[in-house]
Every structure is written in structure tokens, then in C-alpha cells.
Design a protein around this ligand. Structure first.
Ligand SMILES: Cc1cc2nc3c(=O)[nH]c(=O)nc-3n(C[C@H](O)[C@H](O)[C@H](O)COP(=O)(O)O)c2cc1C
Length: 214
């Protein structure tokens, strides 16, 4: 059964752009057939605890001899890794918060990025190699090349390094800029661009979902 793991992390439950776009992708995925499953994890509504013990960054064989991470959190970590490795496609809603990913999404990354388990370390472990990951990110302003804000979005690079390089997934990033144009008067002249790029992202994600649903 082709399975989509759908993560959201926006703290906006009313007008989130990433939530709307990931929902569109998931809807098209599910419409591909009754065998197309969606596993949903809302990292804002149901936040994970921050990683309570650094030992959990490693599998037991690579931990210091005196490591004793809490058993219940170790079980949670295993469940998150199992959920990820059972997914054929990963979909991540990642709004830009303070120039990086929301802390709720960062917690999830801290649980699933485990050298020697999900990324190669002492053994060539990389169970997600070649599987598609679709990142949907929304920025409040714009980070265009050649402007003073160029390079200040640190959310996308983190996800490219972790999901793309470390986990070896085939990453597609869909970015919608100027999310604040609708509400911030100083950005009012950018509304047309914000709306048209958002509409284009809808179409891009619907087409991508159709393609990946096979
Ligand atoms: C806590 C917080 C921090 C934010 N930090 C930034 C930022 O650093 N840069 C930016 O361009 N927008 C920032 N924004 C605006 C959001 O990126 C923007 O509203 C985006 O559309 C949020 O995604 P969402 O619509 O899916 O909730 C921030 C918003 C919040 C709530």
C-alpha cells in the first residue's frame, strides 16, 4: 500500500499557507485510489518533547557505556523512525520561523536523524535512499537573489542537508514567499505576487502528487 507521511508544523490553524498546500497534496494523493494511505502527524497540535537525552542521537551500540535514556522516549523515537521508514513519500509543511524551521519540526528531525540507523555512519544504513520528500515552505517576506535578504532563509538548507544529503531522499522544495503581504500594510504592493505564487504552488503540488502517486 503506497503510504504518504504528512507532517505539518505551522502554528497557524486558521490561515496557514503551508497547511493549505500540504492538504492539497495529500488530497490528490489520496484521490489516486483507496490503497493510497496517508499517515498524518501534526507536530504543532501534537508536539513531540524536545530530545531529552543526547544519547538518543545514537543507536545503543554507539552510545557511551553509561548512557541511560528514558525508555519511554526511546520507544517514541523508534515509533517515529518506524513511521518514517514505512512511508513511500514524505510531505513536510515547514513555515519559516525566525529564519529556520519551527521548533516542533526541529524536534522531529532530532528524533529521526540517527547516524548508523537512518543515515550512514559505521554501517551504510540509509533506509530512505531515493524515496521522494516534498517540502512546502512559506516565508513571511521574500528572500530573492540579489536582495539584502538573500541567504537568510536557513530552513530550506537544513532540510536539504538532513532529508536530501543525510537521509538520501529525492527532495523537492516548493517555496511560497510573502505570506505576510496579506496582512502587513507595508507589503501591500506585493500581494499580487504573493497570490500568484501561491496559486502556482497549488498547481505544482497537485501535479507532483499525481506523479508520485503513480
Ligand atoms: C514565530 C514566527 C516567526 C516568523 N519568522 C519569520 C522569519 O524569520 N522570516 C519570515 O520571512 N517570516 C517569518 N514569519 C512569517 C511566516 O513565515 C509566514 O507567515 C508564513 O506564511 C508562515 O507559514 P504558514 O502560513 O504556513 O503558517 C514568522 C512567523 C511566526 C509565527
Amino acid at each position: 500500500m503506497p503510504t504518504l507521511l504528512h507532517l505539518d508544523s505551522s502554528a497557524d490553524l486558521r490561515r496557514s499557507r503551508t497547511r493549505e498546500l500540504t492538504a492539497r497534496f495529500a488530497e490528490v494523493w489520496q484521490a489516486a485510489g483507496p490503497d493510497h494511505a496517508v499517515v498524518r502527524r501534526d507536530l504543532h497540535r501534537d508536539p513531540l518533547p524536545h530530545l531529552p537525552d543526547a544519547a538518543l542521537h545514537w543507536p545503543p551500540r554507539l552510545r557511551p557505556a553509561d548512557a541511560a535514556p528514558p525508555a519511554d522516549v526511546e520507544a517514541l523515537q523508534q515509533a517515529l523512525i518506524d513511521e518514517l521508514t514505512a512511508a513511500d513519500v514524505l510531505l513536510v509543511g515547514a513555515p519559516l520561523y525566525n529564519y529556520t524551521v519551527p521548533s516542533t519540526l526541529k524536534s522531529w528531525l532530532d528524533y529521526v536523524h540517527v547516524p548508523g540507523v537512518t543515515v550512514p555512519f559505521d554501517e551504510p544504513t540509509q533506509p530512505m535512499t531515493g524515496r521522494p520528500a516534498v517540502v512546502v515552505t512559506s516565508q513571511g517576506v521574500a528572500y530573492d537573489p540579489g536582495t539584502p535578504t538573500e541567504g537568510q532563509d536557513h530552513a530550506v538548507p537544513v532540510l536539504q542537508i538532513l532529508l536530501g544529503q543525510a537521509l538520501g531522499m529525492e527532495l523537492t522544495v516548493v517555496t511560497v514567499p510573502l505570506g505576510l503581504a496579506a496582512t502587513v500594510p507595508a507589503l501591500a504592493d506585493q500581494r499580487e505576487r504573493a497570490d500568484s505564487e501561491f496559486a502556482a504552488a497549488h498547481e505544482t503540488l497537485a501535479a507532483l502528487a499525481t506523479k508520485l502517486a503513480g
